[in-house]
Design a protein around this ligand. Structure first.
Ligand SMILES: *[C@@H]1O[C@H](CO)[C@@H](O)[C@H](O)[C@H]1NC(C)=O
Ligand SMILES: *[C@@H]1O[C@H](CO)[C@@H](O)[C@H](O)[C@H]1NC(C)=O
Ligand SMILES: *[C@@H]1O[C@H](CO)[C@@H](O)[C@H](O)[C@H]1NC(C)=O
Ligand SMILES: *[C@@H]1O[C@H](CO)[C@@H](O)[C@H](O)[C@H]1NC(C)=O
Ligand SMILES: *[C@@H]1O[C@H](CO)[C@@H](O)[C@H](O)[C@H]1NC(C)=O
Ligand SMILES: *[C@@H]1O[C@H](CO)[C@@H](O)[C@H](O)[C@H]1NC(C)=O
Length: 653
């Protein structure tokens, strides 16, 4: 396979550009893995990564498709195509892990440890999928991981397996009056999520380190700046479309090198806080303990919705042992503090698995790549709280359905399965469909029995993390069962946000998902928990109160417990009569018309009044945050556009 570089004169310019296509890059990657590159070829690969690093850095923030995502897409597609070729040539996992670790260290500009950890954790899963799944096109992997909220064509792929739909059963005649769901016992439920405990957290340790996540024992201070901020304009006009492919202008690498020299600096960053840290740090055990002990002091909690992600973000060095240790710690601590009379209903977060984000179908039994080990171990750890039926389904797919009071059922779904970074989505996109079908069966049974349902789900739909088909079909399910579903409770984002679901039939507001926030400060949030009170006839939340503390302040006095305070209560702070979808829709539209104060509050509460975010949230940030409340189907942003227009028509862009 001969690699060549075309010389092409760009129209209206005197510059001869050095160009590379994605196929050429793919062959270079293959040679690099085999350690067969010439000096010139190696230099080309280095140039590609000089461009790729700053291009991919800013990607998370982008709403629209643009030059940066085109570059990232090209490099990703070439890399996955190369991997696929190498697997089909019969190269062993051991060879690929070793070679890709070397390349990662040379090119990715992250620490050796990061590369040496990530490769052995992920390569066996990727090679298994490539070997077993002829339909797993390299572009599908990239299209999914690079998916963004704003545009369906960011790094598009064409895989008909993702075109599935859910069959919905006919409505039952509801027999509510035949069932005694009435009870005058109050119902108070604590909402806790995203603890991200780091058992190796080091107070006063390194908070700005050479690895993606910091504050852990043994880490070293960052020696240089590798998140180089390169202005968008630098990338403009340096990648060209050809057919459904791209060609990259490699001279861009020199421009970026020059800019990097100008901006590169080493920072002297203050040490990690005692109670946690706004920066890329996870949560010390004692800060998690403090949250649980503080909630226990309320004394009148009936149940806990624990919405997942107990495990840390040190994703390159997760181990079965540490995951098991933390999962056990979390459930034991809650049982000890709340006592045996408080029911705990958990859901699984994307960080619970090994490696992070990977949730294999239960038919995959192989060592190191199955997820059965997690489901089995959680069924055992949660034994005290789960019914036998619930344990059976947790073992199968991580979800369960349990009647927790006469008339009230909790359905905990495992929507890490349709997560875009779960490689197994590419193995079998219908695994997500199966999970949704299970949810539909459970909802249908609940409806027939006249029960109300609370759904627990780690990832809120509408963020860019869930596959499009799932979000579309899930909204249909919510529409069909909107009179049975009395509330959805979610985590994952760490921000404090709600989501309004609109009927897929007539567009009216029909259901609510309440984000629980996080008990970690990662990244730049204050820690929080919520207490939800429910109407015991309808089982709809009648109020939700959020409790927080100021982390900056807490870290000034490490010897003292953090000073918790009530940040707001939905009903009184926002002066609303109830928490129904109709009321919340009304409130949301008022925030961009005649109640700007409510918008300011929403923006402040979004970060839980974090010193690391709140002061930087300008009106673009405010409207972005608000927009997220009305998007529950990926890319369906009409209501967001409507809010934006209303806001900027009144208050001028
Ligand atoms: C790659 O090849 C060079 C010689 O061409 C050798 O020095 C080097 O050790 C090889 N690297 C690996 C990882 O095998
Ligand atoms: C990243 O790049 C900088 C500048 O080129 C270099 O000094 C540093 O050693 C690299 N770091 C890693 C971890 O590769
Ligand atoms: C980069 O900087 C060097 C030295 O300052 C200069 O000679 C060169 O022309 C610059 N290259 C580009 C592409 O701007
Ligand atoms: C799954 O993988 C784990 C870890 O390698 C292994 O211990 C276990 O036996 C495998 N199979 C099942 C069914 O858990
Ligand atoms: C609960 O909801 C029902 C039906 O909407 C309503 O009649 C009742 O007043 C509510 N109960 C409380 C305590 O608010
Ligand atoms: C948090 O506490 C710090 C230190 O006391 C203070 O400077 C800061 O203003 C506080 N932040 C908020 C949002 O109140």
């Amino acid at each position: 396979m001969k690699v060549f570089f075309g010389i092409l004169f760009i129209i209206n310019s005197y510059v001869a550009a050095k160009l590379i296509t994605s196929d050429e890059l793919r062959y270079l990657f293959i040679k690099a893995v085999k350690n067969e590159t010439t000096d010139n070829e190696w230099k080309t690969i280095q140039d590609v990564f000089e461009i790729y690093r700053p291009a991919s850095n800013a990607l998370k923030m982008q709403y629209e498709t643009n030059t940066r995502s085109d570059i990232t897409c090209l490099v990703c597609n070439s890399a996955f195509a190369a991997l696929s070729d190498l697997v089909h040539e019969g190269n062993s996992d051991e060879m690929l892990i070793e070679a890709l670790t070397v390349l990662c260290i040379a090119l990715a500009n992250v620490s050796e440890k990061t590369c040496a950890g990530l490769m052995p954790l992920n390569i066996p899963i990727l090679t298994y999928i490539v070997k077993t799944t002829p339909a797993a096109a390299p572009r599908t992997f990239c299209g999914l991981v690079l998916q963004n909220v704003g545009n369906p064509n960011t790094c598009s792929f064409n895989d008909p397996r993702f075109e599935w739909t859910i069959d919905l059963p006919e409505k039952n005649p509801i027999r509510v009056d035949t069932i005694d769901t009435k009870s005058n016992d109050p119902l108070k439920i604590a909402l806790i999520t995203d603890a991200h405990i780091d058992p190796l957290y080091e107070p006063y340790g390194v908070a700005y380190c050479n690895e993606p996540t910091c504050c852990r024992k043994g880490q070293t201070p960052r020696s240089h700046e590798y998140d180089i901020d390169v202005d968008d304009s630098v990338f403009k006009g340096r990648i060209f479309e050809r057919g459904n492919d791209y060609i990259l202008d490699l001279d861009l690498a020199n421009d970026i090198r020059n800019l990097s020299h100008a901006t590169r600096s080493t920072r002297n960053s203050p040490p990690a806080g005692y109670w946690g840290d706004y920066r890329n740090c996870n949560t010390p055990y004692w800060a998690f303990d403090d949250v649980i002990e503080t909630i226990a002091k309320h004394g009148d909690i009936d149940a806990v919705y624990y919405i997942g992600d107990s495990i840390d973000h040190h994703v390159w060095e997760t181990t079965y042992e540490r995951i098991n240790e933390v999962n056990l710690y979390v459930i034991n601590k809650m049982r000890k503090e709340f006592g045996d009379n408080v029911l705990i209903l958990p859901s699984i977060g994307n960080h619970e698995s090994q490696p992070t984000n990977q949730f294999a179908p239960s038919s995959v039994k192989l060592d190191k790549i199955n997820t059965t080990w997690l489901y089995e171990s959680l069924a055992r750890k949660w034994d005290f709280y789960l019914t036998d039926d619930a344990k059976v389904t947790v073992r199968e797919h991580g979800g369960f359905s349990m009647l927790i009071r006469p008339g009230l059922r909790v359905i905990s779904i495992n929507n890490n399965i349709p997560y875009k970074s779960n490689w197994w989505v590419v193995y079998d996109p219908l695994e997500s469909k199966k999970h949704l079908e299970w949810l539909v069966r459970e909802l249908h049974k609940a409806e027939s029995a006249g029960e109300s349902v609370h759904i627990l789900a780690h990832i809120p739909p509408g963020v860019h993390d869930l596959i499009y088909t799932w979000t579309r079909e899930y909204n249909k399910v919510v529409t069909r069962f909107s009179s049975t579903i009395k509330g959805q409770f979610t985590g994952h984002t760490h921000s404090d946000e709600y989501k309004i679901f609109y009927s897929t039939e007539d567009g009216s507001p029909i259901n609510m998902a309440w984000g629980a926030g996080s008990t970690t400060a990662y990244t730049f949030y204050n820690v929080n928990y919520k207490i939800a009170t429910f109407n015991t006839t309808t089982f709809e939340p009648s109020n939700i109160v959020n409790y927080v503390y100021n982390l900056t302040e807490a870290n000034l006095t490490p010897h003292r417990r953090p000073h918790w305070f009530q940040l707001y209560d939905m009903k009184n702070t926002f002066a609303i009569n109830d928490l129904s979808a109709a009321t919340m829709n009304d409130l949301t539209y008022k925030m961009v018309t005649n109640n700007l104060l409510a918008l300011d509050m929403y923006a402040a509460f979004y970060s839980k009044l974090s010193d690391g975010r709140w002061p930087h949230c300008n009106r673009y940030c405010k409207i972005d945050n608000l927009c997220k409340t009305v998007v529950t189907v990926l890319w369906q942003r009409e209501k967001c556009d409507e809010l934006r227009e209303l806001f900027f028509s009144l208050y001028e862009e």
